[in-house]
Structures are given as C-alpha cells and as structure tokens.
Design a protein around this ligand. Sequence first.
Ligand code: 0X9
Ligand code: ZN
Length: 418
Amino acid sequence: MRTEDLRSRVQPQLAGLLLASCAVGLLAYGHRACSDDEPPDRRTAISVSCDAGRACALAESLAVDVWSEQRGPGLPLDVVVTRAGLAELDAAGIPYEVLVDDIDAVAAAERARLQDPSLQSADWFGEYRDYRAITERMIELARLAPDRVSMHGIGSSNEGRTIWALRIRGPAPDGKRVPVLLDGTLHAREWIAAMTTTCIADRVVRDSDDPAIRNLLANTELWVVPVANPDGYQYSWAGNRYWRKNRGGKHGVDLNRNFGVAWGGSGSSRSERSETYRGAYAFSEPETAALRDLVKREGIRLHVDFHSYGQMLLYPWNHKGDAPKDKARLAAIGDRMAAAIFATHQQKYRPFAGVELYPAAGTMTDWVYGEADALSYTIELRPGSGRGLRGFVLPPEQIRPTCDEGLAATIALRAGLR
Ligand code: 0X9
Ligand code: ZN
C-alpha cells in the first residue's frame, strides 16, 4: 500500500459533521476554552507540535484541511479542525497553538474589504486582484512595451478560461536568450502567488532601467503565468476561499499532483474527494497540459512555481529520497536565493529538497527538472508559520514586500546560470 500524504486523507466534507460536546482542556500554548455559543461547524486553524507522542497522528485524523507545507518530527503541523476536533484534542491533553480562531470569519472579513468601495487601494498592488483584473494588467504591460512584451494564451482551462502568459524579452546581442518560467496559483487559494508573479512582471517591464533588472533581462526571455489555475482561482474568489484544486471532474484535481514524473506515487491520492487527488492520469487536466507544452516548446531552462505558505525554497526531488544529480547546484542556488530574499526585508526562507518535508508525487517542479531538464524551484511565499499569521489570507500590505522577495529570488536564480 502506498503512503499518501496527510492532505490526501483529509475529506473536506467531514467539516461540520463531527459534533461533540466542547471539552475544556489545558493548553501549552494558550488556552482555548470552548463555549456553547460557538457554532459546531466553526473551523479553526491550529498548529500542533509533532514531537509529542501521537499528537500529530491524532491531529491528522481530526483535520478537515491541512495547511502546512512541512511535517515530521521537530516541525509544527498546521491543520484545520472543527469545534468537535478541538474538543477531542483537549480531551486527549494535546497541546496546540491557535493560528486562526475562525477561518471563515477571516475569509468573510477579507471579502467585505474587497467589496467595500471606500477601502479600495490606490496602489494596484495594495490589494488582491481577480483573474480578470490580472489579465487586464498583463494586457496593459504588453501595450506599454510592445517591442519587448507580448501576451500569449497558452491553453484553456476546464471551464474555458484562457491561461495567459506574458513574454518579456530582454536584449540579446547574439539573439540567444535563456527562457525562464515563473508561474503562480496552481493552488487556487494561494492568492499571494498570483499577485507576486504579476508584480514581478510589472516591475521587470516598468523598471527596465534598474541595473538589477537590466542584468536579469540581459539574454533572458521571461515567461510569466500568474494564474495557472484560473477556474480554481475564480472559485476561491466567488466564496470558497480555501479551495485548492482546479474545477475538473466532480471534485477538482490537485494540479500539483497531475504532472508526469512519478505520477501516482506517494503523497498523492486516487480518491477524487481528496485535496491531493492526482487526476485520472498524468496531464489529464488542460491546465497542466498547457504548462507542459509551454515548457517543452520554449525549452525552459529555469523555473519557479510560486505557492504559499511557509517561506521556503524547495528543489527536487519532491517525490523520492535519492539526491538528484544536480543536488549541490540546486542547493547552492537555493542558498543564494534565500540570501537575496533576506536582504530585501530580513525574512527567512529556508531551502530544502522538497522530499525532506514530505513526499509529493506528480509535482510540477519534479517534472520540469526531471523531464525538461531545467533548474526548478517551488517557492512557498509568506506568511511563515505561526500565531497571528493567517495562512492563505495574507494582509494586502504584504503584497509588495512579498513581491520584492520573489523578484530578488528570480534575479538570484538567473544569476546562477550565468
Ligand atoms: O503540496 C504541494 O503541492 C506544495 N505545497 S503547498 O502547501 N503549496 O500545497 C509543495 C510541493 C513540494 N513539497 C514537498 N515535496 N514537500
Ligand atoms: Zn500550493
């Protein structure tokens, strides 16, 4: 039997079905007494330390969603549980830290902010933007510099939305440019990935005289796909804020388990309802097929797949423990990307081989590295993990600083191939 990652066993439909009386326990990280006024389907994000005995196993079994990238001894596990789940953890004396007391209230507050005209930000990157607005911004960039920038539809989603790519060409005296791909939002709820990639494109086009950007663009052809999963992204905007997958089939497919290297292996699920459902076969989804075709057609050499959250730089392999032949190089460039990120806002992003955190088969970066032979990274953007940070709902003031970090990482990555 295959081991499946924790996410794959989580059945979202369990949310709200578990009813239990609310036990009150003593918590190591803070006291979360339950009250009878709370609705039983209230969903709370908590962080559990995996060092203590069966703490994480129990948290896993009670989880209605899994938020954290990492798991394993010494690493905290972020999960979402209902009120009944909290009661069970309390009854078992398992300590946890509350990350977000009511994740749906946080999503509702975000939605109210987005819909309130008096709260609109004058800065385009001062607020989150939907698929349509991002597409318009990309068109604007192409109009701004038509000699260097062009819009390309690289495919169509399940629901018929165009998957847009912006191509930004830097000067190349000998006509040879290194093709680099940045993509975001394979996972719908990771909104900061769409904003960061759009913002990197924006900076690169508008600040082309900045020496660091000039250097990045020299002999480079940058492809940017901010919304790789437009259906899922729009669905998360339409009210289901924590939606992860695309909208294919009955329950959606985890696009980051649908690529063709090690497809079907550990850390992916054959169960359609699972959050890590891998799809019927590799590249069954039009969104992953579009990215595959782009990578092959353009001969991509460098790649970043932007996700959130946890502040990490992950390089292959994601699915198995054997070190890839380029491990030393991937790790060294990962270190340089981390240092470049730190220099912008003093945030720590830690580099790992993905599998060191948990196995995930069928990921985009394993395919881009394994089949297309490009140096390929997953960057888990802000926030880090911890109390007061709200997981996927990152305050909009953090879009610009996160973009600085993404741009710094991209510059360091490109420098790694000079
Ligand atoms: O699980 C994923 O697809 C990615 N993490 S996320 O929290 N954004 O969903 C990371 C995939 C690679 N990571 C590991 N192999 N650990
Ligand atoms: Zn993700």
